[in-house]
Design a protein around this ligand. Structure first.
Ligand code: BDR
Ligand code: CA
Length: 313
């Protein structure tokens, strides 16, 4: 059984990953931590509480960061054209939700949960890396206590999606991402290199709705705006970025990875760019030396990833 803390900014593709983590029989979702990103923090937390209630997910929700790791970095932008004004495709949320957030901030929830289950918890982070960076700052020893860290973010050998250089989760808080990627814990990064190839067509989703129940109907309802947005990028279907990271946990064999140290560009024209120095490549001494070797996904068996999600949902 894999114990998981899901660090997320729901978020439409986040919602699919959340339902997958809840339903997969080999995954024990022990907590959901929220972060700003696809919407302001109050909204992503509310969405996590709402989805948790609607889908009967027992895991507690802890609210996380509402601004960047370095507060002086300043303003955020909300991708309303992709995730809607409310972060979940403009599907209305009831006024009263029968859930409240944990009393601890997300970074403390992460520390406490990792310390309660040494060597057992995998962190799956699919939004800004702010909560993880704050947890590392408060308690650096957790690097020795987590089982692993799986990140959806970055663009290594392809263009980004918010600039030619940068992907949204990293661009939204590059300093936090650099802290997380360079920390001495085992990180796997599932970036646009593979997620842009993993597309669930609207017909595939409709078949899942027909097979499944009201849970998948809600997922389908909130996904329609996202599918409309991606029409201009991938034709028909939704790019299931965050679910790729979740599937990696149980089926790493569906991904080919490359090992090497990672840095994140902080500032300038390439702000938020992720760069990996593959192991064994020699360069003059520089900022990549003496860093842990992390894994970056470079190819994916996309059809099989979709099948794993369909089977779980
Ligand atoms: C990532 O950015 C967010 O909009 C998505 O939820 C995903 O985590 C893709 O770049
Ligand atoms: Ca996300």
């Amino acid at each position: 059984m894999h114990k998981v803390i899901f660090d997320t900014d729901p978020g439409i593709d986040d919602a699919m990953a959340l339902l997958f983590l809840h339903k997969h029989p080999q995954i024990d979702l022990v907590g959901v931590t929220t972060v700003f990103g696809n919407a302001p923090i109050e909204m992503t937390t509310r969405n996590a509480l709402y989805l948790g209630s609607a889908w009967g997910i027992p895991a507690p929700v802890a609210e996380g960061a509402g601004q960047t790791f370095d507060p002086s970095r300043g303003g955020s932008y909300w991708p309303t054209a992709i995730h809607g004004d409310n972060g979940i495709g403009n599907v209305p949320i009831p006024e009263n939700i029968d859930r409240v957030a944990d009393s601890r901030p997300a970074f403390q929830f992460i520390i406490d949960t990792v310390r309660a289950h040494p060597g057992e918890v995998t962190l799956i982070a699919v939004g800004r890396m702010t909560n993880l960076a704050l947890a590392l700052k408060a308690d650096p020893e957790i690097t020795k206590l987590v089982r692993g860290v799986i990140i959806m973010g970055g663009a290594f050998d392809v263009n980004g999606n918010v600039s030619p250089a940068a992907e949204a989760n990293i661009h939204g808080d590059p300093e936090a991402a650099d802290v997380v990627m360079t920390a001495p814990w085992p990180v796997v990064v599932i970036g646009l290199d593979v997620t842009m190839q993993t597309v669930m067509t609207s017909g595939y989703l409709a078949d899942m709705v027909a097979e499944g129940g009201s849970d998948i109907q809600l997922l389908s309802d909130i996904s329609q705006l996202y599918i409309d947005f991606y029409k201009t990028r991938v034709g028909d279907g939704m790019v299931i970025h965050d679910s790729c990271a979740a599937v990696y946990l149980v089926r790493p064999d569906l991904f080919e990875t490359r090992s090497g140290s990672i840095r994140v560009v902080c500032g300038g024209i390439a702000d938020g760019q992720t760069i990996q120095k593959p192991d064994g490549r020699g360069f003059p001494p520089g900022a990549w030396d003496d860093l842990p070797s992390q894994k970056v996904a470079v190819s994916v068996k996309a059809d099989e990833v979709l099948a794993v999600i369909r089977a779980a949902l």
